[in-house]
Design a protein around this ligand. Structure first.
Ligand code: 1GP
Length: 257
């Protein structure tokens, strides 16, 4: 049988990380903030910094350039490129995988199932790995673009039990991974207690992002049980920080072996 990108390569890798207690760092590139002409320099910094994965996505879509950016990216790096879509329009067959996000912490039907109905027929025709993802927004200490755009209340910062029950529901609904996000530029990252509560009671690989701005917060997320740590704003502000973040995330592998 012809091996295609729909062969679950990215999901298998995340599951393997969970099974072996390993951790990876993802850099989030927002197509609205990436200039195609300076992309090469950015990707060099990602490669040099020791990141393992590139996520592409953003809550707004000011410029229709997701597909062009991803095609360019795939020529510049061997790292897996995963779409983290802020809207159903953000898709590209050139990517390795797409996180098919259902905002399970919210009660906005469009973001639970509506967008999915519109994008499913297109995705079914594409040669792309689609990963069903329970997306959970967690209070990051200030309003973020994602909380405003989605018009949903995030899970309170100190309510790990709500996050845990939501994660359990996502798992029982058949989702394959969970993304806990305190939103881009959050003042507080997702708390370690919440990450460990979800990680200990769920078989699903965990993606954590929002407000991770230094080695210490990256380490805490990985050490609490996240497999993939996502960094956007910190990389945009200071690309040289990436080495510290990657070292912090990868140092957890040694602790857990
Ligand atoms: C946001 O998880 C991402 O959806 C990344 O957040 O920009 O704060 O790193 P930051």
């Amino acid at each position: 049988m012809k091996k295609t990108k729909s062969s679950n390569t990215v999901l298998s890798r995340l599951q393997e990380l969970k099974a072996t207690n390993k951790h990876q760092l993802a850099v989030l590139l927002d197509p609205d903030k990436v200039d195609r002409t300076s992309l090469y320099a950015q990707v060099e910094k990602v490669n040099e910094g020791g990141a393992d994965v590139i996520l592409v996505g953003g809550s707004l879509l000011l410029h229709q350039q997701t597909d062009e950016i991803i095609r360019d990216l795939k020529k510049m790096t061997d790292l897996p490129v995963i779409i983290f879509p802020g809207s159903p329009m953000q898709m590209s067959e050139a990517a390795d995988a797409l996180l098919f996000l259902s905002l399970i912490s919210g009660r906005n039907p469009e973001l639970l199932i509506g967008h999915h109905v519109r994008s499913a027929p297109i995705l079914k025709k594409m040669d792309i790995e689609v990963i069903s993802t329970g997306y959970m927004l967690v209070d990051g200490g200030k309003p973020t673009t994602v909380s405003y755009i989605t018009q949903t209340a995030p899970i309170p910062h100190d309510k790990a039990q709500i996050a845990l029950c939501t994660a359990m529901a996502g798992e029982l609904l058949g989702m394959k991974t969970l993304y806990l996000d305190s939103g881009s530029g959050a003042a507080w990252p997702v708390p370690s207690e919440m990450i460990s509560a979800v990680s200990e009671h769920s078989e699903l690989p965990l993606i954590i992002g929002g407000g991770i701005s230094n080695g210490e917060t990256a380490f805490q997320a990985a050490n609490a049980g996240a497999q993939l740590i996502v960094v956007g704003t910190a990389f945009e502000n200071k690309p040289s920080l990436l080495k510290e973040l990657a070292a912090a995330v990868h140092s957890c592998d040694k602790i857990h072996t």
